[in-house]
Design a protein around this ligand. Structure first.
Ligand code: IPD
Ligand code: CA
Ligand code: CA
Length: 266
């Protein structure tokens, strides 16, 4: 690790602190609030965020923070942490053991460090810019599986899918027909980590937020994969359409998404 290791190290510590807490409260009775008709937030989301932010600011007091559950003063620091304290909240609230925390650091708008931690499996995914992606310290690389018809993909659906036609349903059907299979596991950050690990060959989703994807995007890129918008153009974490893949099936995924957008039957 060159350059960004001190940041990565502290992000790992923060993710482990949050993960230990999440595990200790898992499947217990939780206070749950509704942010929208389907969108939950639990006391564990809020406390996990508090623990992560407290740790990072104790080490890097001047840094900016963007996180899902709170508003933080933006001091204009070149260093900005992007945090999802619990990705997979619906799973967590239902006692379904599939969730993680996701922590990324941007320096001058560029992703330089990312951590995704699944405390149930004790799987720690890490990446820093120029130094590759790792799972529990072992180097990761994306799969070399081709073509799309042999591929396993991940995706998800936005919380407002019942009311907004931009709901991913048509693409889901088209990919289900064209690929080997699709998993909708409920934690976008882990989907991206799984693309980096070669366990999924591709992933697409819409209306995700920066905290859902920031660490995962760096992981995929550092594992040799490709991340773009739906039309294949350059992606940044504030774009709300994402396609991530092993690179080899990327054009096929983008072509299929274009066909769905044009209303062509697959
Ligand atoms: C959600 C998960 C899910 C995705 C949703 C996200 P949350 O994040 O990543 O997989 O489909 O769109 O909002 O609410 O569990 O942090
Ligand atoms: Ca999330
Ligand atoms: Ca969340």
């Amino acid at each position: 690790m060159i350059g960004y290791s001190k940041y990565l190290q502290e992000a790992v510590t923060a993710a482990r602190i949050a993960g230990q807490y999440q595990k200790s409260r898992f499947a217990s009775t939780l206070e749950i609030e509704m942010k929208g008709e389907k969108d939950l937030v639990t006391e564990v989301d809020r406390e996990s965020e508090r623990l992560i932010v407290e740790h990072l600011l104790s080490r890097f007091p001047g840094h900016d923070i963007i996180a899902e559950e709170g508003d933080y003063l933006q001091a204009g620091s070149p260093c900005r942490w992007i945090i999802d304290p619990v990705d997979g909240t619906t799973n967590y609230a239902h006692g379904y053991p599939w969730f993680c925390s996701s922590i990324a650091l941007e320096v001058e708008g560029e992703l330089v460090a990312g951590v995704i931690y699944n405390p149930i499996y004790d799987e720690l995914f890490t990446a820093s810019k120029g130094d590759g992606a790792y799972l529990n310290g072992n180097r990761l690389s994306v799969s070399n599986r081709v073509p799309l018809s042999n591929s396993l993909l991940g995706t998800g659906f936005p919380y407002d899918c019942a009311t907004d036609p931009a709901n991913n349903f048509a693409s889901f059907i088209a990919f289900q027909k064209s690929a080997r299979g699709i998993r909708r596991a409920g934690a976008a950050a882990l989907d991206l980590a799984y693309v980096a690990a070669g366990r999924l060959d591709g992933f697409w989703e819409l209306k995700l937020k920066a905290w859902d994807v920031a660490a995962g995007v760096l992981l995929v890129r550092e594992a040799g994969g490709v991340v773009t918008t739906f039309d294949g153009s350059a992606y940044d974490v504030f774009n709300d359409r994402i396609v991530a893949s092993n690179g080899l099936i990327h054009d096929s995924m983008v072509t299929l998404l274009a066909a769905v957008a044009a209303g062509v039957a697959i």
